[in-house]
Design a protein around this ligand. Structure first.
Ligand SMILES: [Zn+2]
Length: 557
């Protein structure tokens, strides 16, 4: 398979069908709902179905392409699916992952937006294609391909009061006009597009007709449009997000979640809305540790959205997937921003947001040179005169943003997503996992038996995932249920017993051996006395929402 590739919706469906045909025991593909324009939203369930149903196993969640143009995430998700399927037969580690756990993968949350972005005559919207909040076009300039070349570039318009000038380093580049510069030729820069209701004088940037941002539509701290652009009319109002929210609410087996976006080469963790000081400290430590694994495998730094990725220092964004998953469900959730053109071009440790306001112009040239060498021929276009039907004489050219800034040039896609696949597999090794440590029977008298059960969690995470999960009561404690045959009865113990939660190793991050402190808090014990005839079969269910469930039987001998 070629992963230097962006998958159209048709290619995505075909690929999923091909996998189902080839690996029927390991993959299941279902639609969790339809998009606004009626396209299916595919869910890939990866697990060995012979070792139990997906709902009886701990799970990892992976999704991608919630934002319309961020199609690299789809390739990253599919790359991971392919690796798990191909590796099952030959790689013991991968076989163990699919035997014991489940990966839920939504390679494309937003098939409508992706279809628009990948069309021969593309339209780039933030998320959904539903007009919002109003049905009619907004006054001002909206971006679209107006000369029919299949690209949405930039327009420069000469204006003595413009804020741009032609670069002194390379005439193809635009450079910011200095504060006190007054004797040159200056330009205004606009996206390629047309104006609605233009009076010939005032050029406004139109509010996008399709103003939804699906990643502001989740129920966590949701705010109305007045405070949060793109939030939608109410939480989970959009069919894509509603389908996701419903599925996740019904699948408490999810412990860790990854959502793929572009761009910035960064692993973001909650919260978006508050400081690390205001979140649970133990969870913060675990968030950082799991993030470090990702940094090692991908080279991406892991940071808090609130501290390092706010678009404006005084403003927060609300209704995001990662915050909702962690805050409401206690799931360790990371937003991975794949790809970063400046970093690829050799600019080290840039400050993701501040860089847009302030960086040496030489870096713009460095980026352009990298694209000259590595980008497609149409990645950056020379400025060409163009008679705009409304603005008159302009020049069209500059960045072809979709496959430079927003997504890597084709030759760089696989290299970008590879390390993330390793990270996804590693995350599977952290899941809580229930096992029976001991199950033995002692005969007390001809028809009385003592049953001794010790259950343990063998995973890194506890059976409640996180402190937040525990305090939200989002996962039930581990339980044991006995089923006795007719004529049998318990003389001690109960048919349904609650074992409580089982710790893993995430509460033992202390690295000083001075505090020799490793209790077996991952284990719990139960005993029963059963009165039953010899040969009776006792059925035992050990149930955990997050750590999987076990069904077994004992025969009284
Ligand atoms: Zn995004």
């Amino acid at each position: 398979m070629d992963f230097n590739h962006y998958f159209t919706n048709e290619e995505l469906s075909d690929q999923l069908d091909a996998w189902v045909a080839k690996y029927p025991d390991l993959i299941q593909v279902t639609s969790i709902g339809n998009s606004f324009e009626g396209r299916p939203i595919w869910l890939v369930t990866l697990t060995n179905r012979h070792t139990g149903a997906d709902t009886t196993k701990p799970a990892i969640w992976i999704d991608a392409n919630i934002h319309a143009t961020e199609i690299t995430g789809t390739t990253a998700a599919l790359y991971t699916v392919n690796r798990l399927l191909e590796g099952y037969g030959s790689d013991k580690g991968i076989a163990a992952l699919l035997d014991k756990s489940v990966y839920y993968v939504i390679p494309r949350i937003n098939p409508d937006g992706a279809a628009w972005a990948m069309a021969p005559n593309p339209r780039y919207v933030r998320s959904g294609v539903r007009p919002y909040p109003w049905d009619e076009k907004n006054e001002g300039l909206s971006s679209r391909d107006i000369n029919g070349d299949g690209k949405i570039l930039q327009m420069r318009l000469q204006d003595p009061n413009g804020d741009w000038k032609v670069s002194r380093l390379d005439p193809r580049l635009m450079e910011k006009r200095g504060l006190n510069e007054n004797s040159g030729t200056y330009y205004r820069l606009f996206p390629e597009g047309l104006l609605e209701d233009y009076d010939g004088y005032i050029i406004k940037m139109a509010r996008p007709l399709e103003g939804l941002d699906f990643n502001r539509n989740f129920p966590f701290e949701w705010r109305t449009e007045a405070d949060q652009d793109g939030a939608g009319p109410y939480p989970a109002s959009e069919p894509e997000i509603r389908a996701l929210v419903d599925f996740i609410a019904k699948h408490p087996n999810i412990n860790i979640a990854i959502t793929f976006h572009t761009f910035s080469r960064v692993i973001l963790r909650p919260y978006s809305t508050k400081s690390d000081d205001d979140m649970n400290t133990e969870d913060l430590w675990v968030f950082k540790k799991i993030g470090e694994l990702g940094s090692k495998l991908t080279g991406y730094r892991c940071v808090s959205t609130f501290h390092d990725f706010k678009y404006h220092p005084k403003e927060v964004t609300t209704g995001a997937f990662d915050d909702w998953m962690y805050d409401h469900h206690g799931v360790f959730t990371y937003t991975i921003e794949l790809w970063d053109l400046p970093t690829a071009a050799g600019i080290k440790d840039r400050k993701w947001i501040e860089w847009w306001r302030e960086h040496p112009h030489e870096e713009d040239l460095q980026i352009l040179k990298w694209i000259d060498e590595h980008g497609a021929p149409d990645a950056y276009m020379e400025w060409q005169p163009y008679e705009h039907p409304q603005l008159g004489h302009v020049e069209m050219g500059g960045w072809n943003y979709m496959y430079t800034w927003r997504n890597p040039p084709l030759d760089f896609v696989e290299a970008e997503v590879k390390g993330h696949c390793d990270y996804m597999l590693t995350l599977g090794e952290l899941l809580p996992y229930l096992k029976i440590h001991t199950l033995n029977i002692t005969k007390l008298s001809p028809d009385k038996y003592h049953l001794n059960l010790v259950v343990e969690n063998t995973g890194f995470l506890p059976s409640y995932t996180s402190q937040q999960g525990k305090s939200r009561k989002s996962a039930r404690p581990v339980r044991v249920e006995l089923q006795l045959p007719d004529g049998a009865r318990l003389t001690s113990g109960k048919l349904k017993e609650e074992l409580g939660h089982l710790e893993g190793r995430s509460n033992k991050l202390e690295v000083s051996a001075n505090f020799a402190d490793s209790p077996t808090d991952n284990r719990a014990r139960l005993e029963w006395v059963i009165q039953a005839a010899k040969g009776s079969v006792i059925k035992l269910n050990v149930l955990s929402e997050r750590a999987g469930s076990i069904t077994t039987e004992v025969i009284l001998k």
